[in-house]
Design a binder for this molecule. Structure first.
Ligand code: NAP
Length: 460
């Protein structure tokens, strides 16, 4: 081995050792938080070449600092149900990293919410927000409350109790929550109303995803789903492929899923399957989105009801079965780890050409490996689903300026942002020796800006 190569080899060995040591510490200090470990591992696995090129990140203990949230808040959320029973849930807000802006990230209401889930989401959010090019730090929150089957009154009382505590820690220049699973326009409205009451003033910039009539942004509702499709279209174009004429499978039937389907159909794709947590529908004629919107956005019903209006469609129990439906493009838009190794292999054997993650961490580490090994174009969540938080940042900008942009204006900015995220991720992957690997590219492009800002601001 030549001298230069030897030196390079030893630097790589040192960096790998450092990454492994920090990762082992993360596992010990955050025992039983498997989702959090997974999110950290995915990022860390990309960073060795960055550390070789920038040893100051090791000297400044950037990895040790970046995995430790600046603040974790856990709180009691007591509320009274319609029968007068007192209920108690657990609320969280993880204020992860404010190196490049106020904490920003959604609130999730789902029975599976725990510290591991909120920490993995908050950790991912740091790099996603950095990728958007907007001045926003990373955070996430939620509660193990299940909005399913609850009356409007119960949801309102829960949101009020949740915000009574959360309001002590957030603000337009401190921490700006938004929606996520189980938190849509209705919940954001109740949360905003309570914040306003607690603070005694109209601080529109404290939450995003607000109703259009009181400070919300046009195109915020559509932003994550549309953004995912814009990102994937950009990725496809590089290999001379398009949504037009493709068969697409989209999991979930919530906010991200519905608007991913809408944009994919608009671009000329045929979406043949979607799901909820109970099961999935397959419609060989192409999903009728008006029916899905009516069932999910208006009537709050299960996706199984779709087949009542569309006799050609088939409903199957078990939502994970959706990955057995042959498609050119798969867009997982429901929840974490919904594609495991087996589902990934099934997608590959059925000829999938591209996967775009609309949900957060929907593919397990093993599933990602299957896609990459088999030449499937893969758009990782922190890049592909950054459209939602990007438009949230545009909502904050409109609130600060006290004006509203048109739908077209916001949509146009969203398209530009998604194209930039794609270009920057692709460029970083090439620069650090992993051309075509957007997992590596997105992790590096998101990380470097935050790491440099942390160093510039000293040991705090
Ligand atoms: P949502 O409107 O609440 O919809 C979630 C959808 O996923 C529903 O169809 C739900 O089915 C399904 N789902 C939830 N948990 C599931 C589980 N354990 N197994 C199978 N299906 C499940 O939420 P969303 O806002 O679309 O969020 C979906 C994903 O996108 C999440 O990973 C979220 O973190 C991510 N994301 C959202 C945004 C945003 O702007 N909203 C931005 C970036 C990333 P049920 O109705 O049966 O529960």
């Amino acid at each position: 081995m030549k001298t230069l190569e030897k030196v390079q080899h030893s630097h790589t060995k040192n960096a790998s050792k450092y990454v492994q040591e920090v990762y082992e510490t993360v596992k010990v200090r955050n025992a039983n938080e498997s989702e959090f470990h997974q999110a950290v591992k995915e990022v860390f696995d990309s960073l060795v070449p960055v550390l070789v090129k920038n040893p100051q990140y090791m000297r400044q203990a950037i990895l040790e600092r970046i995995v430790e949230p600046e603040r974790v808040i856990s709180f009691r959320v007591p509320w009274v149900d319609d029968n007068g029973n007192v209920k108690v849930n657990r609320g969280f807000r993880v204020q992860y990293n404010s190196a490049i802006g106020p904490y920003k990230g959604g609130i999730r209401f789902h029975p599976s919410v725990n510290a591991s889930i909120i920490k993995f989401l908050g950790f991912e959010q740091i790099f996603k927000n950095s990728l958007t090019g907007q001045p926003i730090g990373g955070g996430k929150g939620g509660a193990d409350f299940d909005p399913k089957g609850k009356s409007d009154g119960e949801i309102m009382r829960f949101c009020q109790s949740f915000m009574t505590e959360l309001s002590k820690y957030i603000g337009p220049d401190i921490d700006v929550p938004a929606g996520d699973i189980g938190v849509g326009a209705k919940e954001i409205g109740y949360l905003f109303g309570q914040y306003k009451k607690m603070r005694g003033g109209f601080e529109a910039g404290v939450l995003t995803g607000k109703g259009i009539g009181y400070g919300g942004s046009l195109a915020r509702k559509e932003a994550t789903g549309y953004g995912t499709v814009y990102f994937v279209e950009e990725m496809l174009k590089d290999s001379n492929q398009h949504f037009k004429g493709s068969t697409v499978v989209v999991s979930g039937s919530g906010n991200v899923s519905i608007y991913a389907m809408e944009k994919a159909i608009e671009l000329g794709a045929k979406v043949v399957a979607c799901s909820d947590s109970n099961g999935y529908i397959y419609d060989p004629n192409g999903i009728n989105l008006d029916t899905v919107k009516r069932l999910k956005e208006v009537e709050n019903k299960r996706i199984s009801e779709y087949v009542k209006d569309h006799s050609n469609a088939i409903y199957s129990d078990q939502c994970s079965g959706i990955w057995s439906v042959p498609c050119d493009i798969a867009l997982p838009c429901a929840t974490q780890n919904e594609i495991d190794e087996e589902s990934a292999k099934l997608l590959v054997s059925n000829g999938v050409k591209a996967v775009g993650e609309g949900a957060n961490m929907p593919s397990s580490l093993e599933a990602i490996e299957v896609f990459l090994q088999n030449g499937v174009l893969f758009a990782p969540a922190k890049a592909a689903n950054a459209g939602g938080v990007s438009v949230s940042a545009l909502e904050m900008a409109q609130n600060s300026m006290r004006l509203s942009w048109s739908f077209e204006e916001v949509d146009c900015k969203l398209q530009e942002i998604m194209k930039n995220i794609y270009r920057n991720s692709k460029k970083a992957a090439e620069e650090y020796g992993a051309p075509g690997n957007l997992v590596v590219g997105a992790n590096i492009a998101g990380f470097v800006k935050v790491a440099d800002a942390m160093i510039a601001q000293g040991i705090i």
